[in-house]
Structure formats: C-alpha cells, structure tokens
Design a protein around this ligand. Structure first.
Ligand SMILES: *Cc1c(COP(=O)(O)O)cnc(C)c1O
Length: 400
C-alpha cells in the first residue's frame, strides 16, 4: 500500500456509530459499572478515546508498537528523558533544537543527568563519544536550522553495540519522508505542532516506541507526569495527518525550487538544503528519506544581524514567526529567535551564522514565493548601498 493510502486509512471510522471522522470525547471521566469495571477508560488523563485514536495512528505511521501524545513537543522530549536517572549521560547532536538544549541544560543537569554534544553526521564521532554512562543517543535529522543529516541506521548500530537507546526527533522529516524505527532507532519524537498538525493552529507532541515494553514505560510517565494532549487538539492533529502525505509532497517541491533560486542568488553566501547536490549530506539524505522536507536555511554575503533583520522584516508572504511546517510560509532569524537560548559561541560552532535565515516553505505558488523573497533581497541591497557610501551610522540611528 502506498504511503498516502496508508496515512489516510490509518484513521479509523468510529466503531460505535460509523462516524467517518474520529469523535471528540470531551470528557474528564468515564462512568463505571462497578469499581474497576469499565469500557477501557476510567479517567481522561490516563486515557481518552480521541487521544487514543491519534496514538494508534502515529504508532502505525512510524511503524512502532506504542504511540503516546503530549501537550507539546517538549513535553514529549521531557517524557523520554524521564526514562533516565541521575548519573546517566545523553549523547546529543550538537545542532540540537534550542528548546531541547534548554531542557537538558537548565532542568536535567540539575538532576544529575549530563549531556555531551557531538557532530553526529560523523558516525565515528558518535562511537568515540559514547561512555559507559551513556544511556541515550539523541539525534535530529535533518537538524534545525542547518539541515545536517545523520545516518540513522549507522548510529542505531552504534547504540545497539554500546547498549544505549537511540531516539530520533523526526519533526523536520515527518513519517511521510522518513521512518527512523525501520532503520533501527528505538524511539521517535515529534513536535506535532509542525508537519503532523500542519496548519499552525496547535501545540502538540508525540513519542513512538519500537518496543512495547519501552512504550509502556513512556505511557506510564505520561500518566504519572500528566502532560497529556487534550481531546480537541488530538482531533486537530488527526485531521492534519489526513493530508500529511499530500502537503509534505508539495512542501518538498516548493522548498527545492526556493533552495535552487537562493543558491544562484548573488547576495547569498550559502544555502542549506539536503535536496541540493552541494549539501554535504546529500547522499545519505537521498538514501534514508523519500524527500528533503520544507525547510531551507541560507546565509547572506553581508553576514550581519542587521542584514538578516532587513530581510526578515521586508517579505510579505513569508511571515516573520517562529515555528515551521504550516500551510503558510514563515521565516525566522534563529540567532535572535529560536536559537537565542544557545550561547553565541556554541551557536556559531554549529553553523548558525549571524545572518542565517530559516525559511519554512509553505504551500503557496512557488512563483509568488520567489517574488516575495526578492523583496527581502531588495531591502538588504539598500542596506548594503548605505554601508558602501558610509551612512551606516545614520541608518542605525533611525532604527531597523
Ligand atoms: C518545535 C520543535 C520542538 C518542540 O516542540 P513544541 O511543540 O514547540 O514543544 C522539538 N524539536 C524540534 C525539531 C522542533 O522543531
């Protein structure tokens, strides 16, 4: 069965009424016939039929055995880290999502869980950095925002041989393009806020475990810590998943066109998109995923924050906002926004230059998107002209 068909038909009809859409069970509790005698649900933190439908769907899509839905992507990540105990170590990708870095550093280090960061695009680095205390290897692929690709199957082999778990944050690819559990990973997490939801109208997260026993532990943590996804938001994610395959296909087409346009633009120094032949990990990206996703990042020749700010405040269709994966195109300036919580030096080491701009390429007509990007380049050109005639100071005085 094709991926698109599988995705559409992973959504069940309601066994009770035949409703083709999953009903929203907006309830906190469930009436019991006698103590402990119920219809499979007793209290909605522990289980809710709408959330359960989403959890089954996402487990099926990622080809795992247990799906668990959370109130946000970070709550999902948090639940995975709670599998660990004081003294354990995490080995994480250096180009990690800023929120995950903040959670690891400012919450879990306090509890004696330490994190080592390595460039996971090099499998040998990963192997060498594992210590006897490493219990979890954490990768994102593609990473945010430089779209680096790590070899999931090779890292899974390292994890197995060293007796630790491999968790892949699959937010950027989505199961429409990449299924880490089929490549040997133990756990997949998503910020469902992004491509799974797909419409920039909710915050949600999911975890899928390959193994039932591990999945049950995460379900236990979900109930014990309580960061569950509400029924209505579960329903919205299910509704998003119905069109996941179609949306992601078009995101990939649009992003490829945008990346190729940027690559030949005279004001651009560098483009990061795994679908470009010039991308350092193009081959492995091609091998392990069905497409290259909807996120494109680039660095301006005028590599200053000032130039980036000119760019991001002068496009009209690309709206300046954090987040990605929605129908509408967004852009952001990571140094000032998503990656602000990462120390400047660490940020630059990970390739997040001062002028780096991240695009979440949406589903608009690509011609319109390219014309819109020209507006950003015009603004940068004006700034460059002012610098050239030595009026940069005056320009700064009027603010940008
Ligand atoms: C957005 C994001 C998260 C966090 O998800 P929230 O839903 O915002 O809590 C985690 N990982 C990646 C890669 C993300 O893009």
């Amino acid at each position: 069965m094709s991926n698109a068909t599988q995705i559409i038909h992973s959504i069940p009809t309601d066994p009770l009424t035949g409703a083709i859409a999953v009903p929203i069970y907006q309830t906190s509790t469930f009436v019991q016939e006698a103590p402990g005698v119920n219809k499979g649900y007793d209290y909605a933190r522990s289980g809710n039929p709408t959330r359960a439908a989403l959890e089954t769907i996402i487990a099926e899509l990622e080809e795992g055995s247990v799906g668990v839905a959370f109130a946000s992507g970070l709550a999902a990540i948090d639940a995975v880290i709670k599998l660990l105990k004081s003294g354990d170590e995490i080995l994480a990708v250096d180009d990690i999502y800023g929120g995950a870095f903040r959670l690891f550093t400012h919450i879990y280090e306090k509890f004696g869980i330490t994190v080592n960061y390595v460039d996971t695009t090099n499998v040998e680095n990963v192997f060498n950095a594992v210590t006897p205390k490493t219990k979890l290897i954490w990768i994102e692929t593609p990473t945010n925002p430089t779209l680096k690709i790590s070899d999931i199957a090779a890292i899974a082999k390292v994890a197995k041989s060293q007796g630790c778990l491999l968790c892949v944050d699959n937010t950027f690819a989505s199961p429409a393009l990449q299924k880490p559990l089929t490549l040997g990973a133990d756990i997949v997490v998503h910020s469902a806020t992004k491509y799974l939801g797909g419409h920039s109208d909710l915050i949600a997260g999911v975890v899928v475990a390959k193994d039932k026993e591990l999945g049950d532990k995460i379900k236990f943590i979900q109930n014990a810590s309580g960061a569950i996804l509400a029924p209505f938001d579960s329903w919205l994610v299910i509704r998003g998943i119905e069109t996941l395959s179609l949306r992601v296909k078009q995101h990939c087409i649009n992003a490829q066109a945008v990346a190729e346009y940027l690559e030949q633009h005279p004001a651009v120094d560098k483009v990061y998109y795994p679908g470009l032949k010039s991308h350092i990990n193009h081959d492995i990206a091609k091998q392990q995923a069905k497409g290259f996703g909807g996120v494109v990042s680039f660095i301006l020749k005028n590599d200053t924050e000032e130039a980036a700010v000119q760019f991001v405040t002068n496009t009209k269709l690309f709206k300046l906002a954090e987040s990605l994966g929605g129908v509408k195109s967004l852009l952001c300036h990571p140094a000032n926004m998503t990656h602000k919580s990462i120390p400047a030096e660490k940020r630059k080491d990970a390739g997040v230059a001062d002028s780096l701009i991240r695009l979440s390429v949406g589903l608009e007509e690509v011609e319109d998107l390219l014309n819109d990007l020209e507006k950003g380049f015009d603004a940068v050109e004006k700034l460059n002209a002012l610098i050239a005639i030595g009026q940069k100071k005056d320009f700064q005085k009027i603010g940008y």
